[in-house]
Ligand binder design. Sequence first.
Ligand SMILES: Cc1cc2nc3c(=O)[nH]c(=O)nc-3n(C[C@H](O)[C@H](O)[C@H](O)COP(=O)(O)OP(=O)(O)OC[C@H]3O[C@@H](n4cnc5c(N)ncnc54)[C@H](O)[C@@H]3O)c2cc1C
Length: 451
Amino acid sequence: MTESILIIGGGIAGINCALNASKYGIQVYLVDDTPSIGGMMARLDKTFPTNDCSICIEAPLMYEVNHQPNVEILTNTEVRRVKKGNGLFKVRLVKRARFVDEEKCTGCRACVDACPVSLPDQMDGKIGGMRKLISIAFPQAVPNAVYINPDCRFGKLRQKGACVGGCVVDCSQCRECPIALCVAACKKEGKDAVRLWQSNKNIDIEVKSIVVATGIQDAPVPSALYGYGLYDNVITNTQFERLMNAGGPTAGQIIRPSDQKHAHRIAWVQCAGRGLANGLPYCSKVCCMIATKQTIITKEHDASVETTIFYNDLKAYGKGFWGFYQKAIEKGVRYVKARPYDVFEDPITKDLTIRYEDLMTGELKKEEVELLVLSTGLIPSDRNQSLAKVLNLELDHLGFFKEKDPLFAPLETNVEGIYLCGGATGPIDISESVVQASAASMKAVLTKEVS
Ligand SMILES: Cc1cc2nc3c(=O)[nH]c(=O)nc-3n(C[C@H](O)[C@H](O)[C@H](O)COP(=O)(O)OP(=O)(O)OC[C@H]3O[C@@H](n4cnc5c(N)ncnc54)[C@H](O)[C@@H]3O)c2cc1C
């Protein structure tokens, strides 16, 4: 096998790109800088417009790509340097230590059970999700291996009760740890996979083309917007997605962060922060359908829950999207064309009052809800800046990768042999990401020598 390609980003776009390219017999390197492939889709509950279970669709693809003999998956891995030479890209990758031997770990989680410290999960923290210092990214993770929070080692989390907290020796200096509970639990299972002394590893590869599939992130909420950060029961649409997910921190119970009680009146505010100085200046395209999906699923959980979407302009641009919106209306979802201007909390009940301008009548109105969901939009990966520098690519003014020509070369870049797909190009849904991934994979496979 002499020809190779590199795909950066292991979300649904990167996975599909790798699967397509691998069918042409070339070597594929699929790199993600987090501990598992899967991207955002792995954290979703269901997917519009079909409402299929998200992980049930993605996990088989993750499994398939992991079992392709000509695909090498490198997680926890960054692209550090890229140079052109002899018609190829010479790439230096850095595989960051996960402090666990991926080959030996079977994902049994005995170490996770033994770990005494849980910290709020980065994504699920606000709705009660906790993560041990040694953990697995999510149950279907690929690779099915745990990883260790680097701060756990060498006493950095002493205050939080980390079991190696009292040790005076730097973990990188030891080969036998007598105190770490995860080490003992792993050995008790007859394995020896924990490697607290593991260090980063450089990997050099040569590829004829590169596909950037670094995806999207959910936008942060501008400070105190609609009471977010002040009031417990104001959450984002990503947090709501995790709340209704059977694999999420509440096992799919749609309960309020303040009192863990089921919410019976829930509202969504669309375009939250859009147009504000510290909000997004653009439409993220998918939020209207995300809110529509979330109301439908909420009604499927409990038809008596009152669901209201405060929106500006309804974006139902894709195939089946208008029918999806109609389905929500049939289920009793209320769409109110409105501009909410503030929210305040009842300090006793923790219910929320939203004051808004009804855009159909011009009247100022208010409504009380038990849970408020902010649709904040999608932003580029926060690693795009540094990756663009390494790849010598341009970003657009929003931070997404700039295409060579938005009309005629939307997946090509200013560097010959480097292509784009999925959320790396801008806010996007899953089906469009998959279409782009197929196209980008063909371009990558067909690339001859780059000059
Ligand atoms: C709350 C919410 C609900 C949604 N619901 C739906 C829905 O129901 N239906 C639908 O069609 N769409 C939905 N979407 C949109 C959907 O998530 C995206 O369309 C999809 O995730 C895009 O896939 P992707 O592979 O391009 O990006 P991602 O899923 O973001 O994957 C990108 C991957 O690249 C990795 N990466 C990033 N930067 C680097 C780097 N520098 N080096 C290495 N790796 C990197 C990331 O770790 C990640 O694994 C939703 C989005 C949100 C936020």
